[in-house]
Structure formats: structure tokens, C-alpha cells
Design a protein around this ligand. Structure first.
Ligand SMILES: [Cu+2]
Length: 220
């Protein structure tokens, strides 16, 4: 009698499990667009110490980092030991926008013939790497999720942003290009978008299994 009950219970569990798996095969999807109101302020051209190249406006300001964080799970994102790169080039941070998972690293090589500094006062991770010359680099590991604004104390025109996400669903897109994240579990998500100037937008959204939801974010 006991054995029969156990077999029935196990097969019911198996049925429930396979039903969940079937429903999650496609997964939920969040897609949408990020609206960028007006152009980012572009500082005037700056000239390097060597005097060889006048530097044009920052061509990267139309990039947007976008991610969805799963609010129902504290699961740590997958991280590799490979650091992303935010270089100092022609008195800019290049690229000046990155998105990294919590625990990820960013390296800041100086490619210019002048000294630069890299610092942030942002609460998720304030740091100051000091001044260093061409050919040197420093690496920072980001352990808290949030938006980290990056600056150089020597050159006020240098700015960048690193979006640190507690998620495996993230990417950098061009402004105006729709994004989509598929294969999501059902549940509650926070969609986060930020640009290099630190303008941001967030929206919470719930998706059921296999549901596809659209969001529209406007950076402020
Ligand atoms: Cu600098």
C-alpha cells in the first residue's frame, strides 16, 4: 500500500516536473525600445599633448546598456575571469559604456601619451585608480549591482558608465534598435537601461511562462 502510494506520488511529481519543463522550453520574453530624448552634451574637441590629432566629438554616445534582472532569484550571474576593457584613448574612455555581471572585472589601459586617472564616486563601487601613464593599466572587480559613473580627475570631458547587473541577460545596443531577451523563466523582472552619460530608466514587469511582453523606456 505504502509502495503504491510512493509510486503514484513519484509519477505525479514527474508529471508536474515535465509539465513545468515543457512550459519553459520556449521561455518568456521581454522586448522593447529605449527612447533617448535629445542628444547627449558633447564636450568641445580636445587636443592631445603631442599636438598631432585633434579629437572629434565622442562617437559612442548613442550606445545603451540594457539588462533584465530576475527579482525572484538571488542566483549569482555567471562570470568569467576575462576582464572587459574600457581604454583611455584620445582623451576619451573607449568604449565609454559597458555592462558587466556582478563579480565581473574591467581593465582600464591608458593608450594616450599623457597621464590619465580613473575614478568613481558612485555608491555601488567608488574607487580611485590614481594617475598612470601610457602603457599601464589597472583592473577593477565590481561586486555590487548598480550604475557606476566613471571619470578622469585630469580631464573633465572624460566620462563613462558601467552598468553592473545581477543577471545573465544583458547587452549594449545602439539607440533606436529594439532589444529582446528570450528564454526567461516566468516571474518578476526589472528592466534597466542606461547610457554613457548616466541617464537611466527602469521598469518592473511580470511575465508568465511563454508570455512575451513589450516595454518602452525613456532615459532621464
Ligand atoms: Cu584623463
Amino acid at each position: 500500500m505504502k509502495l503504491v502510494f510512493r509510486i503514484v506520488a513519484v509519477s505525479m511529481l514527474g508529471l508536474a516536473f515535465s509539465t513545468v519543463c515543457t512550459a519553459d522550453v520556449k521561455g518568456a520574453e521581454i522586448h522593447g525600445t529605449v527612447n533617448v530624448p535629445g542628444a547627449v552634451h558633447t564636450p568641445p574637441p580636445r587636443y592631445l599633448g603631442g599636438g598631432t590629432s585633434g579629437v572629434k566629438g565622442n562617437p559612442q554616445t548613442e550606445l545603451i546598456a540594457v539588462a533584465v534582472e530576475w527579482l525572484d532569484s538571488a542566483m549569482a550571474p555567471a562570470v568569467t575571469d576575462t576582464a572587459l576593457v574600457m581604454a583611455q584613448e584620445n582623451t576619451w574612455f573607449v568604449p565609454n559604456l559597458l555592462v558587466v555581471p556582478v563579480g565581473g572585472q574591467v581593465t582600464f589601459p591608458n593608450h594616450d601619451a599623457i597621464f590619465h586617472n580613473v575614478f568613481s564616486y558612485s555608491p555601488p563601487h567608488s574607487f580611485d585608480l590614481g594617475r598612470y601613464p601610457k602603457g599601464q593599466t589597472r583592473t577593477v572587480r565590481f561586486e555590487e549591482h548598480g550604475i557606476v559613473r566613471i571619470f578622469c580627475e585630469i580631464h573633465a570631458s572624460m566620462y563613462g558608465t558601467i552598468l553592473v547587473v545581477n543577471s545573465n541577460w544583458y547587452r549594449v545596443i545602439n539607440a533606436g534598435i529594439p532589444f529582446d531577451f528570450g528564454g526567461l523563466p516566468s516571474g518578476n523582472f526589472r528592466v534597466i537601461a542606461v547610457d554613457a552619460a548616466g541617464r537611466r530608466s527602469m521598469q518592473d514587469v511580470h511575465v508568465d511562462a511563454s508570455e512575451s511582453k513589450s516595454v518602452s523606456l525613456t532615459l532621464k
